[in-house]
Design a protein around this ligand. Structure first.
Ligand SMILES: [Zn+2]
Length: 187
């Protein structure tokens, strides 16, 4: 039976800074953390553009360029977007630096990063908990829950197996990762 009086709570998950891209640094001779410089590099070759986001090794400052567009016709790009690349738009640079899939596709692993979860974590009675992700952080939902509710892995597993925390859409809470929004039922 649907409980119409269930309280809705909203948490928002936000990365405090873009994650480091972990990759081999030729100069350091080992895997290091590369950090986004927030600057784009644009190369025009004949009729095509290449656009990268510039990363720097946190140890030796060697640069690595994260490909964003390769051999793209400038005509196919929104002029406003192209302007943003030329002006090193902060929001746009952050958006690409938070694109975990883009980083992984280009051979980088995701380093450790800090994030915050805002919203009320004191529940009184059954709650429909909407966890929203700002940006595209692919955090594990279980990590977000443990951080915010201050639970050990074992304590969280117990709450899930007891049915005190359920996914509204039937996802495996211990395994699934954040999307734009995930809805849980907390009893
Ligand atoms: Zn290096």
């Amino acid at each position: 039976m649907e409980n119409k009086t269930r309280t809705i709570k909203v948490w928002e998950v936000e990365l405090l800074s873009p994650p480091p891209a972990v990759r081999h640094c030729k100069k350091c001779g080992k895997k290091t953390e590369f950090l986004s410089s927030g600057l784009f590099r644009i190369n025009a070759q004949r009729k095509y553009l290449d656009i990268w986001l510039i990363y720097k090794c946190s140890n030796c400052q060697t640069t690595w360029n994260l490909p964003i567009f390769s051999r793209i016709s400038p005509k196919s790009l929104d002029p406003e977007l192209l302007d943003k690349f030329h002006n090193n738009d902060i929001t746009l640079a952050k958006q690409y630096a938070l694109d975990f899939d883009l980083l992984r596709r280009n051979g980088a692993a995701i380093g450790s990063y800090d994030y915050r979860v805002t919203g009320d974590s004191f529940f009184n009675g059954p709650v429909e908990l909407h966890i929203r992700s700002i940006g595209s952080a692919h955090l594990k939902v279980s990590a977000v829950l443990r951080k915010k509710l201050n639970l050990s892995r074992k304590e969280l597993e117990e709450k899930i197996s007891d049915g005190r925390i359920q996914s509204k859409t039937g996802q495996d809470i211990m395994r699934c990762r954040m999307t734009d929004e995930i809805v849980l039922i907390v009893l």
